[in-house]
Design a binder for this molecule. Structure first.
Ligand code: ZN
Length: 76
């Protein structure tokens, strides 16, 4: 299976986090995952979950894993 990056974005606990946990066969919904910001959260893969803000710590971690520098001040 093709995975562009070694992590996935998962909505949980009011933010969108990134996790390196492998995706379960039935998907992440309701699964407890370890996020890049070192939390253990239950994934809420509902429609509204994808509208939550991105977790800053996971965003930084994801950029490091992907080898892509963050946008910097442009986002401010
Ligand atoms: Zn996070």
């Amino acid at each position: 299976m093709y995975r562009p990056h070694p992590f996935s974005w998962v909505p949980a606990d009011g933010q969108r986090h990134a996790t390196t946990d492998p995706k379960p066969r039935h998907g992440y919904h309701g699964v407890v995952v370890r996020t890049l910001c070192l939390k253990e959260v239950t994934v809420d893969n509902s429609d509204i979950g994808w509208l939550w803000p991105t977790c800053p710590s996971c965003n930084t971690g994801a950029h490091e894993l992907a080898g892509v520098p963050e946008a910097g001040e442009d986002a401010e």
